[in-house]
Design a protein around this ligand. Structure first.
Ligand code: A2P
Length: 344
């Protein structure tokens, strides 16, 4: 089968750059690669697989000779360009939330629901970063003991909000250490030495959009009922990279912490670090730049019957974005789920 031409939309962004690294690392098969960004970055040079490539301004015609697009350029850019790419016969794998909940758009975590990719109609969505790491942990446990209820609290790093947010953590921390005042730009409250219990706008039900993304995307990916009980609190923490989550799951069937650990030890994309006696448990710093989702603190929950509570951390830019996007692209390419008739 002919290898596809691929395009990275948002190649200059935090996630776009990670996508390029993952493509190299897992040796994604492709014929040609095109780097796309806004007019501001046109002409910038980026090294990919030992070759220096020039970033191009994105226009609808950028997709004329492209088979697979890996996009991480924000919702508005995706809304503008995804239909143009699909119209031109390309598969558009999107990191933004723009199309995630649309019925005919597969929302996929590689290793959890790859089979949903088979029925794509051009558009594929990558889940929210907090949902992504959670799915790899929940799916094998759900397969064994059937989930009944889920409660999640997230502790999300600033890189999930892009380059400007990373810079704001540095600058506000420097200002705080010097005793200077700092005017917040990206965040609603000062992020230095603080925790902000708000990510994205508030919905009518009092939850934030981020919290409802975790709720609704989990239901969609795991094919749960549309009213399956899930409650999420999402907070931003002064960490550069790596999201942490405290997760409480009530199951239909009894499941011991030992059994849960055994299942997770065998699970795709998951590593268990759980030795309380030696104070061994995963933290965001341990997960940064790594591919697995790390799980620890697995214990019997004392508030629910058949409950398990655990802690999981992962690199939000990788499993929560770039790595999963490239894994989806790999599945699409290896299974010929793109327009193989389109000219190179
Ligand atoms: P650029 O660097 O030219 O602005 P981040 O989330 O790290 O801020 O990255 C966002 C990515 O999306 C960047 O690569 C950015 O390119 C790209 N981008 C933003 N707006 C557009 C647009 N209108 N068309 C194409 N790419 C865009």
């Amino acid at each position: 089968m002919k290898k596809p031409n691929i395009a990275i939309l948002g190649a200059t962004g935090v996630v776009g750059r990670e996508i390029l690294k993952v493509i190299e690392k897992i040796n994604l098969p492709y014929e040609k690669i095109k780097l796309l960004a806004s007019a501001k970055s046109a002409g910038a040079k980026v090294e990919v697989m030992g070759k220096i490539l020039t970033v191009e301004e994105t226009t609808p015609d950028s997709f004329n000779d492209v088979h697979v697009v890996l996009a991480s350029a924000g919702g508005e850019t995706s809304k503008k360009f995804a239909p143009e790419a699909v119209k031109r016969g390309a598969v558009f794998i999107d990191n933004s939330s723009a199309f995630r909940m649309e019925n005919d758009v597969p929302l996929v975590i590689s290793g959890v629901n790859d089979e949903d990719l088979e029925k794509h109609k051009g558009l594929i969505s990558n889940p929210n970063c907090s949902t992504s790491q959670l799915m790899l942990v929940l799916k094998p446990l759900h397969d064994y003991a059937k989930m009944k209820r889920l409660i999640v609290s997230t502790y999300q790093s600033v890189s999930g909000a892009g380059l400007a947010a990373i810079n704001e953590l540095t600058q506000s921390t420097e200002a705080a250490l010097k005793g200077e005042t700092f005017e917040n730009i990206k965040f609603k409250k000062n992020i230095a030495f603080n925790i902000i219990p708000q990510i994205d706008n508030f919905c009518d039900n009092g939850y934030t959009k981020e919290e409802m993304k975790v709720t609704n995307e989990t239901r969609k990916i795991m094919h749960l009922a549309s009213d399956f009980p899930i409650s999420c609190t999402a907070a931003r923490v002064p960490v550069y990279r790596g999201h942490s989550e405290a997760v409480t799951i009530e199951f239909e069937k009894e499941i011991t912490p030992k059994k849960a650990a055994e299942i997770l030890e065998q699970a795709y994309g998951v590593e268990v670090i759980d030795n309380p006696d030696k104070f061994e448990f995963p933290t965001a710093l341990d997960a940064a730049h790594k591919y697995p989702v790390y799980v620890g603190r697995i214990r019997k929950d004392i508030a629910f019957k058949n409950g398990i509570t655990l802690w999981c951390v992962a690199d939000n830019l990788l499993i929560g974005a770039a790595l999963n996007t490239v894994r989806i692209a790999e599945y699409v390419i290896k299974n010929g789920l793109y327009n193989t008739e389109k000219e190179n």
